[in-house]
Design a protein around this ligand. Structure first.
Ligand code: SAH
Length: 345
């Protein structure tokens, strides 16, 4: 059956017209789904019984079950959701001063194969639909009886490898009579799917774009991130410059510092050269060591030195606060553990 959360407001209006109903009913349904967070059509009490029956015949309301929930001392909560087809995905909630942020997954597994990431080595299964992405937010809001203010596409999966569904999810999330989370409160993080960066630039969306850079030359970046063999650093930077010029928006470059790999003075110098003059910000991430990975975290001293060097050269850099380090915080860890327990990849 069709998942009603897959529909944008415009599409739902069209569906209702097909059913012989008034299009404004879609606004009522959006309110019930996204503001009231109901789990059944029976709860939509301002719709006629007849319409509720019609909807039940046409649509499902996708409601996730919580398989696991880990709560960190710092307030970070990690969920493993049963997405109703035998698969599981991770969603993380983080508390910041300015509100609650959800880190959503965009795919079941990931094809990108970044060497330092916990999602690597687990099979890619499928894309999440728009409604399945939106349900990550709703399931957390329901569990915590709270409202989410920010969304980051930094969970499992490569959002630009599931471009259409991610764009559709954002449209649904944006709609003021639904969740109403503005594009300015949404970040998309990519390992660098260059053609899609151009597409985003041309769409003139207000979302923040984060680029997972992690290395400053092709040899090093390709050894950490296979996508670099497809789109070189030069091509990536050109796309980033186009994005900035087109949108006048700052790009956030993610740089995970791994001991003796990409954290020395030479790397910092190359990074300055690469980003000089760009409207950007560097987010330094102390790398989360994954069990089978060869990359381990830089020393605190090195991380601070790296940041200070960038700042001294006029590149704004901050160190990402490590959240949830007492739970399985790094991307994919929870899902990976469960699958290992179950004896599958
Ligand atoms: N595929 C997207 C989004 C998912 S990863 C992307 O590549 O951007 C979200 C961020 O976490 C990326 O910057 C990614 O490089 C980083 N990341 C992945 N594994 C990590 C680890 N073990 N430690 C620290 N950061 C990690």
């Amino acid at each position: 059956m069709k998942n009603i959360k897959d529909y944008t407001i415009k599409e739902l209006k069209e569906e209702l017209e097909k059913l012989g109903e008034k299009p404004y009913r879609a606004d009522q349904i959006f309110k019930w789904l996204y503001k009231e967070n109901v789990t059944s059509f029976d709860e939509m009490t301002d719709l006629s019984l007849d319409l509720r029956e019609k909807l039940k015949k046409e649509f499902d309301i996708c409601n996730y079950n919580i398989l696991e929930k880990q709560v960190s001392k710092d307030g970070t909560i990690k969920y493993l959701f049963d997405i109703l087809d035998g698969n599981a995905i991770e969603t993380v909630l983080m508390e910041y001063k300015y509100g609650k942020t959800i880190c959503v997954s965009s795919q079941v597994g990931c094809k990108m194969g970044c060497k330092f990431c916990a999602s690597t080595g687990i099979a890619f299964i499928r894309n999440l639909s728009a409604g399945e992405i939106v349900e990550e937010i709703l399931a957390v809001e329901k569990d915590l009886q709270t409202k989410i203010s920010n969304i980051v596409f930094m969970g499992i999966g490569e959002p630009l490898d599931n471009f259409d569904n991610v764009m559709r999810a954002i449209e649904i999330i944006n709609y003021p009579k639904g969740l109403g989370i503005g594009a300015r409160h949404i970040s998309i993080s990519t390992c660098g799917i260059v053609p899609k960066i151009y597409e985003i630039a041309d769409k003139d969306m207000q979302c923040t774009l984060s680029i997972s850079l992690h290395a400053t030359n092709n040899e090093k970046r390709s050894s950490m991130m296979p996508i670099n063999n497809l789109y070189s650093i030069e091509e990536l930077m050109e796309a980033c410059r186009y994005y900035i010029q087109k949108t006048n928006k700052r790009i956030s470059f993610e740089y995970a510092l791994a001991k003796d790999s990409n954290d020395n003075e030479q790397d910092a110098k190359e990074l300055v050269k690469l980003l000089k003059g760009m409207l950007c910000h560097v987010n330094l991430i102390p790398i989360n060591k994954i069990e089978s990975g060869k990359y381990s975290k830089s020393t605190n001293e090195n991380i601070i030195k790296f940041r200070d060097y960038l700042n001294s050269k006029g590149i704004v850099a901050t160190i990402r606060r490590e959240l949830g380090s007492d739970i399985d915080a790094a991307c994919g860890q929870l899902r990976r553990k469960r699958r290992e327990k179950e004896g599958r990849k």
